[in-house]
Design a protein around this ligand. Structure first.
Ligand code: SF4
Ligand code: SF4
Length: 384
């Protein structure tokens, strides 16, 4: 049976407009009763990558969060919410994103994402156990509230990638170190989704992020709420909206292969997809892999081909975030001198050690790290 994806026009974050759009989207999918039953404990999983204001388009907008809360509470569910930010506390990120205030106003408790528990998943195609946040395990089900953005490693982040925040804190970095190539990293994400099995995803694509995402890109209106029970179908629909071949997105490719969902058998309901297409959306459409595809540090030749993170000294404030989040040991981005930031100079990359996970680019608070394709890589990419 085809997977239904609802696309509904929503041009602003004005509360009434978002509420109407979310209700219409869920109605098109058969009604909220398809996803929750009265009395169930449902965890809402917004994207709270870091503490950022709603206008920056880094996190799920509080209007979308509020609208989904009202619909699910109307269906009799008891709600909690949580995410594991790449940096800082969940509470702090939620406060800055405007979600904590909405949650407090509507009686949604913060779930425990400070600790987790090992979960066995024998059905995993690649990964057979995950360390998941207690808040996820205590819930009867998860409703995912992703934000549509570009991503250095996975090209886009939306429904499938959103569940990565169910892995607690520093353990996310461990996955990058264990899965240094994008193919296996995406396979891990797909297994993670099969393990968590979110019942529904309601994606905030009202204002998406293009360019240097997922933290330092540019807000770009798409004007849509996109919802589905199938995260693969949802992501494939978003890829089509921005003219990105779904076959280039590992979470979609392995999502289909591992049976998480479908990108090819999708029934679109709601407003016509053509009305939302943003052909010049700035996203990586290069057919070349975003990483080395090797098991360890990028192999010698590929170092000259694969996109690499580059620091712009004029923007760097020597805050040290990139050094802290780099998951490899020894660090592949580190201070030039043992004195660290004391001399005010930016950290330096060691591209021989760098696995191209782009965590440093993802978490740099100044947008000072950009992903650049080396000259040889540009020639090869053009050829392909
Ligand atoms: S995270 Fe960004 S601003 Fe901070 S030290 Fe690294 S490059 Fe500089
Ligand atoms: S330097 Fe950046 S891209 Fe390279 S391994 Fe460290 S965090 Fe990942």
């Amino acid at each position: 049976m085809a997977s239904k994806v609802a696309i509904v026009r929503c041009s602003t974050y004005e509360a009434d407009e978002v509420q109407t759009a979310v209700e219409r989207a869920l109605g098109l999918l058969g009604g909220v009763e398809e996803f929750v039953r009265p009395g169930e404990r449902i965890l809402l999983k917004p994207n709270l990558l870091v503490g950022a204001t709603p206008e920056s388009a880094v996190t799920t907008h509080p209007s979308v969060f509020a609208a989904v809360v009202r619909v699910l509470q109307g269906a009799g569910a008891t709600l909690t919410y949580g995410d594991s930010p790449g940096f800082g506390s969940t509470a702090g990120a939620a406060r800055k994103a405007g979600i904590a205030q909405v949650a407090e106003d509507l009686g949604v408790a913060l779930a425990d994402f400070s600790d987790g528990q090992q979960v066995s998943f024998p059905e995993g195609r690649l990964i057979k156990q995950f360390f998941l946040a207690i808040g996820v395990l205590e819930a009867d089900g998860v409703v995912s509230l992703p934000k549509f953005k570009t991503h250095g490693l996975t090209r886009i982040t939306a429904a499938v990638k959103n569940q990565f925040g169910c892995v607690v804190g520093l353990r996310k970095g461990e996955w990058h170190a264990r899965m240094p190539d994008v193919e296996r990293f995406c396979q891990m994400l797909v297994d993670l989704n099969r393990c968590i099995a979110p019942r529904l995803s309601v994606c905030d694509a009202v204002v998406a992020m293009e360019g240097n995402g997922p933290r330092s890109g540019t807000p770009r209106p798409v004007g849509a709420i996109v919802a589905s029970a199938d995260p693969v179908a949802l992501d494939a629909t978003l890829a089509r909206i921005v003219g990105l071949d779904p076959a280039l997105v590992g979470t979609i490719v392995y999502g289909e292969e591992f049976g998480l969902g479908t990108a090819s058998d999708v029934e679109l309901v709601g407003d016509p997809l053509e009305e939302f297409v943003v052909p010049d959306f700035e996203v990586n459409r290069s057919p070349a892999s975003t990483t080395g595809g090797s098991k360890g540090p990028v192999s010698f030749m590929r170092r000259f081909v694969v996109p690499k993170p580059v620091i712009r000294p004029d923007r760097c404030t020597a805050c040290g975030t990139c050094v802290r989040v780099c998951p490899v040991t020894p660090k592949a981005v580190d201070w030039a001198t043992p004195g660290g930031a004391a001399d005010g100079r930016p950290p330096r990359h060691d591209y021989g050690r760098c696995i191209r996970c782009y965590c440093c680019q993802e978490m740099c608070p100044e947008g000072a790290i950009q992903i650049e394709v080396p000259p040889l890589g540009r020639i090869i990419h053009r050829g392909s």
